[in-house]
Design a protein around this ligand. Structure first.
Ligand code: KG4
Ligand code: ZN
Length: 341
């Protein structure tokens, strides 16, 4: 397929990308700072921000790509999963654009977009591979066989890992989103300061559970720092200890998935993959076990439209010319993150 304009609005980032034959020409991501003061994403505000951002984000993506709107030959858009109101803004805009330009439209699953995002930049990544998708809304391990074939090996049974980072940071009074803040503070802390629980670590399945972590942090803080006395000086140690608890489980289960399925390529995707301790752990354990570990660069790892356009191109370029002509598709909000504790 030639030139695609891709739109992603499943959560709180408005993103538009332009790709030519699978190569990313532009990938603009407009993040919504408005949620920071609420300590989590407010769905109603997210939809409103998408409406206000989407036209100028599209214009910026076109300008950066050097293409004109008439050059676009297909539109790709995230239609699930996500916040319904957010998805409706992106899909309605995409349908309007495709109808007015008389070009096909490809609805794409957001998680599938994440699954293949490491292939945007890497020519070395080969099927089959194990993919860990780890963000504020999702924590799942996949066995990926082709652009059309994959299966879920395990998922979180409650909170996503990013949610665990965000909720712990909130408990410690550190702000939102919590992941990057904990990452930075943990670099000055001692990961052995306290051993928080590693749920399901010893169980053979590849599921995760992170909801108990915030409760243990809450109890720990209540017991050891009444009225928050002395808490501040221990914050880096607590951050390092919480980070170690989350990351140890993520790494161990992903490596186990690779080994038990005899797969040597691993990709780590989603916002939490930016975590420096997680990267270090994966790189060293990968090396020790002769596994190739791929981290997409950050702009393709967080929510972005390039991964949506890339998958549409990969799936349909060889494809069925009838695909893309059905404008009746709906949005589907399954598996959204919970907004607050
Ligand atoms: O993929 P993403 O941008 O959006 C979705 O959730 O879909 O991921 C956002 C999540 C947030 O929970 C944020 O705290 C987490 O990724 N995150 C991190 C880091 N950077 C972002 N978590 C740990 N360490 C980081 N450096
Ligand atoms: Zn995502």
């Amino acid at each position: 397929m030639a030139i695609i304009l891709a739109i992603e609005t499943s959560c709180d980032d408005t993103s538009v990308a332009v790709l030519e034959s699978g190569k990313v020409l532009s990938n603009i991501i407009a993040s919504q700072a408005i949620h920071n003061e609420w300590g989590g994403i407010v769905p109603e505000l997210a939809s409103r921000e998408h409406i206000s951002n989407i036209s100028q984000t599209t214009r910026a993506a076109l300008v950066k790509s050097g293409k004109k709107i008439e050059d676009i030959e297909a539109v790709a858009v995230t239609h699930k999963p996500g916040l319904s109101g957010s998805l409706i803004v992106g899909t309605s805009f995409a349908k309007g654009l495709a109808l007015s330009l008389k070009i096909p439209i490809y609805p794409i699953d957001h998680i599938e977009g994440h699954l293949y995002s490491a292939a945007i930049e890497s020519t070395e990544l080969e099927f089959p591979f194990i993919s860990l998708v780890v963000s504020g809304g999702h924590t799942s391990i996949f066995d990926v066989r082709s652009f059309d074939e994959y299966k879920v090996l395990g998922s979180t049974i409650d909170d996503a890992a990013g949610e665990a980072y965000d909720k712990t940071a909130k408990l410690l009074g550190l702000g939102y989103p919590g992941g990057p803040i904990i990452d930075e503070l943990a670099q000055k802390g001692d990961a052995n300061f306290y051993s928080f629980p590693r749920p399901l670590l010893r169980e053979k399945n590849l599921n995760f559970s992170f909801s108990g972590l915030k409760t243990s942090v809450r109890y720990y803080v209540k017991k050891h720092y009444p009225e928050s006395v002395g808490l501040e000086k221990d914050i880096p140690n607590l951050c390092a200890s919480v980070q170690a608890a989350i990351n140890e489980v993520l790494v161990l289960k992903t490596i186990r998935a690779a080994k038990t399925n005899g797969i040597t390529n691993i990709t780590i995707n989603g916002g939490v993959s930016a975590n420096s301790d997680l990267r270090n752990r994966f790189m060293s354990i990968g090396e020790a076990n002769n596994l190739k570990v791929f981290f997409p660069s950050l702009e393709y790892s967080i929510d972005n439209a390039a991964m949506i356009g890339f998958l549409a191109d990969a799936r349909f370029s060889s494809g069925n010319k009838d695909l893309g002509n059905d404008f009746r598709f709906r949005v589907n909000s399954i598996a959204i993150r919970s907004r607050k504790d």
